[in-house]
Design a protein around this ligand. Structure first.
Ligand code: ADP
Length: 340
C-alpha cells in the first residue's frame, strides 16, 4: 500500500482547488470516455481510477494509448467527457471556464520540451509563476532561490535557458511547476529528451517533491526509470486501463489481460480501483492473476509467444509508430496562455 504523507501544516493552494488537507483521493476518474472526433476510436475508454494523496504514479503505454489525454483531462482542457473527473474532491466539469486558468495554477505541470520563456532568466521564469498568482515581490525574492536550490540550480538564476543543458532546463521547469506548492504535479514524458544519467537526477528531484507530500503522476516510456523506482504503474492500451499495479515494473511480468476480459471474468461490479476501500484495493497483477485463474489460457489478444516472452513483446509494442502523430505535439500548453 502506498503511504500518504500528511499535508504540510497551513498549506494553501493558490489556485481554485479547495485543498482542505483532508482529501484522500487527489484524482478520481469515474467511467471516463472521450473521443477527439466522432469517427476516431475513443482516446480514453471507460477509465476508472483513484490516485491517493501523496502517491507517485507512472502512466505507461505506447504512443497514442491515452496518457497525455488523461493528464489534459485533469487540467480541465476538455470539458465534457463521458463520466466524472474529480481533482481534490472537486468535479472538474463544474469549474466555470473563467476560473479554469486559476484552477490550473493549483496543479504543477512539466513537459518533455521544458516550455521555458527563452527571453527570461532562470530566476524570472520561476518568478513568473508566482507573479501570476499575485505573490508579493518580497516572497518571490525569498522563495525562488530556495526552489532553485532544491532542484540543484543554486547560483544559476541569472542565466537564460539557452545557457543551460537540457537537464538544467528541465530542472527550471520543475522549479516553476512546484514553486506555488501544488498538491499535484503532472509530468508528461519529463525525461524524454534527456540522457539516462540526467534523467536519474530529474527523478531524484521528483521523488523528493513527492516525499514532501505532492502527488506525482508521470507519463513515461522510460522502462529503466519505471523499473528502478518501483512505484504504482497504470498501463493504458487503446484508451483502456489494462494494468494497475503497486510497486511495479514497466513491463508486466505476466501477460496483460485485455480490459474486456476482466469485465467478463470478474463481472460488472469490479471496476479498477474506483469504488473500493483502500484495504481492499487489488493490484492489476492480483486482478489479472484471478482472471487468469478462471481463464483457459491466453486471451485472444495474447499469443503463445507473449505468454513466455512478455517483456520483449511489450518493448516491441512501444517501438510501434504513434497512431496519430507525436503525443508531445498534441499536448495542450496552458502555460503559454498565461505567458501571453
Ligand atoms: P499518448 O499520450 O499515450 O501518446 P494521447 O493521449 O496523446 O496518447 O492520444 C490518445 C489518442 O487520441 C490517440 O489515438 C491520438 O491520436 C488521439 N489524439 C490525441 N490528441 C488528439 C487531438 N488533439 N486531436 C485528435 N486526436 C487526438
Amino acid at each position: 500500500m502506498v503511504s500518504s504523507p500528511e499535508p504540510l501544516p497551513g498549506r494553501q493552494l493558490p489556485g481554485a482547488i479547495r485543498w482542505t488537507g483532508n482529501e484522500k483521493v487527489m484524482i478520481r476518474f469515474e467511467n471516463v470516455s472521450i473521443a477527439y472526433d466522432r469517427k476516431s476510436q475513443p482516446a480514453l475508454d471507460d477509465v476508472s481510477i483513484d490516485i491517493q494523496r501523496g502517491e507517485f504514479v507512472f502512466l505507461v503505454g505506447s504512443s497514442g494509448s491515452g496518457k497525455s489525454t488523461m493528464l489534459r483531462l485533469v487540467l480541465r482542457e476538455y470539458k465534457t467527457p463521458h463520466g466524472q473527473i474529480y481533482v481534490a474532491g472537486q468535479n472538474v466539469a463544474n469549474v466555470p471556464s473563467w476560473r479554469v486558468p486559476k484552477f490550473r495554477r493549483g496543479i504543477g505541470v512539466v513537459f518533455q520540451d521544458f516550455r521555458l520563456i527563452q527571453t527570461k532568466t532562470v530566476f524570472a521564469n520561476v518568478a513568473y509563476a508566482m507573479q501570476v498568482v499575485g505573490t508579493s515581490r518580497a516572497a518571490i525574492r525569498a522563495e525562488v532561490p530556495r526552489v532553485l536550490e532544491l532542484v540543484g540550480l543554486a547560483g544559476k538564476g541569472h542565466r537564460k535557458p539557452t545557457e543551460l543543458s537540457g537537464g538544467e532546463q528541465q530542472r527550471v521547469a520543475i522549479a516553476r511547476a512546484i514553486v506555488n506548492q501544488p498538491a499535484i504535479l503532472l509530468a508528461d514524458e519529463p525525461t524524454g529528451n534527456l540522457d539516462p544519467i540526467t534523467s536519474a537526477g530529474i527523478m531524484d528531484i521528483l521523488e523528493e517533491i513527492n516525499q514532501n507530500g505532492t502527488t506525482v503522476v508521470m507519463a513515461t516510456h522510460d522502462d529503466d526509470i519505471v523499473d528502478s523506482m518501483r512505484k504504482r504503474v497504470i498501463e493504458l492500451r487503446h484508451g483502456k486501463v489494462v494494468r494497475d499495479e503497486a510497486m511495479a515494473q514497466y513491463t508486466s511480468l505476466i501477460p496483460i489481460v485485455p480490459a474486456a476480459s476482466w469485465q467478463s471474468a470478474v463481472g460488472p461490479a469490479e471496476k479498477p480501483n474506483a469504488e473500493k476501500p483502500d484495504a481492499e484495493l487489488q493490484t492489476g497483477r492480483e486482478r489479472a492473476d484471478s482472471v487468469l485463474g478462471v481463464s483457459d489460457g491466453p486471451s485472444s489478444e495474447t499469443t503463445a509467444e507473449e505468454e513466455f516472452m512478455p517483456q520483449r513483446l511489450e518493448r516491441q509494442r512501444d517501438r510501434e509508430p504513434p497512431l496519430d502523430g507525436d503525443a508531445q505535439t498534441s499536448t495542450g500548453n496552458f502555460m503559454d496562455e498565461d505567458q501571453k
